[in-house]
Design a protein around this ligand. Structure first.
Ligand SMILES: C[C@H](O)[C@H](O)[C@H]1CNC2=NC(N)=NC(=O)C2=N1
Length: 98
């Protein structure tokens, strides 16, 4: 069972993500970010690479793709909110998106 982020965890792990363009989802303990790529192949390539990390970590994004835009929402369903895994996957996605 994955634990919800503590207050300290939120300050240390989420603050840098907010700096990097992630925001809280309204009315829900989840974070979201919209990535814009140059074209569909770049967007889908990002999703493919992120999917492999998600599967490896058994932690999966909610996401929505239209052409070169990918809208991502991260939350831990098992915990009913944000856990350290969401921060970890968010950092990986930023890295993959370059
Ligand atoms: C059984 C399986 O390990 C769980 O359902 C995993 C799968 N991927 C998951 N992904 C996310 N985002 N949250 C979860 O709680 C979660 N749980």
């Amino acid at each position: 069972m994955t634990e919800l982020l503590s207050e300290t965890g939120r300050e240390t792990m989420l603050a840098p993500l907010f700096e990097a363009g992630w925001t809280m989802v309204e009315g829900r303990d989840a974070i979201t970010k919209t990535y814009q790529f140059d074209n569909f192949v770049e967007a889908f390539g990002f999703m493919t690479r992120a999917a492999l990390w998600a599967e490896k970590w058994d932690h999966h994004p909610e996401w929505f793709n239209v052409y070169k835009t990918v809208e991502v929402t991260l939350s831990t369903h098992d915990a009913g909110g944000l856990s350290a895994l969401d921060a970890k996957l968010a950092r990986k996605m930023d890295q993959l998106a370059g």
